[in-house]
Design a protein around this ligand. Structure first.
Ligand SMILES: C[S@@+](CC[C@H](N)C(=O)[O-])C[C@H]1O[C@@H](n2cnc3c(N)ncnc32)[C@H](O)[C@@H]1O
Length: 230
C-alpha cells in the first residue's frame, strides 16, 4: 500500500469524527494564522494537507480578498472541506492529490501553510519541503504548526501507529531551509507532548533552484525566537 493509500484509508474513517475531536489536541492552529495576520496580508495562500478545511475557513475570514488553494490526499476529508467552504465560491480551489512535487499554482502563493501535515509525511519530507519552496512566490512565507516531540516513548509509539512521526525532526529542517520570523514550542497536557509554530521566509537572495531536492541549507535569521522549552 502506498503512503497515500494508507492515509486515504485512515481518514476515510477519521474524517467522520475529525472536526468533533481534533480541537482537543491539534493545538496552535488558530494562533499560527493570527501570527501570520500580524505580519502581512497574503493575496494567495496554499495549504498542503488542508483536511476538512478548518484553516482555509479561518484564512478566508482573516484575509477576505485572498485566493485560497488546498490540496489533500484524502477525498473524504476534502468532501467535508468542500461543504464547509462553499460560501467562498471561486475564491477557493480544492485539489485531491498527494503532495510530493510542486503544484505550479499560478500566480504563485505568497503563503504556504502546513498544519499538522508535515509530521505525517515520511518518507518524502525533503521532497515536500522542496516542493513548497518551489511553489512559493519569491520572498513568500511558510507557516507551519505541528507536533514536535514527547519524552514518553509509549506516546511517540502511539502517535506513530496513527501515522504521525514525533521525533523533534521538523523544526531543525525548517530552520535550515527558511529565514525564521517565529519559531516557538508549546506544551500540551502538562508536558505529555510538545508542538511548535514556525513562520519563515524565502529570502530574496536565496530563492531556491527548483531542481534542488531539499538539500540546500539557507541561512538562519538571528531574530528568530525559540521558547526555553526546546
Ligand atoms: C492531521 S490532518 C490536518 C488537517 C488540517 N491541516 C488541519 O489542521 O486540521 C493531516 C492531513 O494531511 C493530509 N496529508 C498528509 N500527507 C499529505 C500529502 N503528502 N499530500 C496531501 N495531503 C496530505 C491528510 O490526508 C490529512 O487530511
Amino acid at each position: 500500500m502506498t503512503r497515500s493509500e494508507t492515509l486515504q484509508q485512515y481518514y476515510s474513517l477519521h474524517s467522520r469524527i475529525y472536526d468533533a475531536t481534533r480541537w482537543s489536541f491539534l493545538f496552535g492552529r488558530g494562533r499560527l494564522l493570527r501570527e501570520v495576520a500580524l505580519r502581512f496580508s497574503p493575496a494567495r495562500i496554499l495549504e498542503i494537507g488542508c483536511g476538512t478545511g478548518v484553516n482555509l475557513l479561518r484564512l478566508g475570514r482573516l484575509f477576505p480578498r485572498a485566493q485560497l488553494t488546498g490540496i489533500d490526499t484524502s477525498a473524504a476529508m476534502l468532501g467535508i472541506a468542500r461543504r464547509k467552504l462553499r460560501a467562498f465560491g471561486d475564491r477557493v480551489e480544492l485539489r485531491e492529490g498527494y503532495y510530493s512535487a510542486p503544484l505550479g499554482v499560478s500566480p504563485a502563493p505568497e503563503l504556504v501553510c502546513f498544519s499538522y501535515c508535515l509530521s505525517m509525511i515520511h518518507p518524502g519530507l525533503d521532497e515536500a519541503i522542496a516542493a513548497a519552496t518551489a511553489d512559493l512566490a519569491p520572498g513568500g512565507s511558510i507557516a507551519v504548526v505541528d507536533f514536535h516531540g514527547s519524552r514518553h516513548r509509549w506516546f511517540r509509539a502511539w502517535m506513530q501507529a496513527n501515522h504521525v512521526r514525533m521525533e523533534e525532526h521538523l523544526l531543525p529542517v525548517l530552520r535550515s531551509r527558511f529565514d525564521a520570523d517565529l519559531a516557538s514550542v508549546g506544551t500540551a497536557y502538562g508536558g505529555l507532548w510538545q508542538y511548535f509554530y514556525f513562520l519563515g521566509r524565502l529570502s530574496k537572495d536565496t530563492t531556491p533552484d527548483p531542481s534542488a531536492q531539499g538539500t540546500r541549507a539557507w541561512p538562519r535569521d538571528p531574530r528568530s525566537q525559540t521558547s526555553p522549552a526546546i
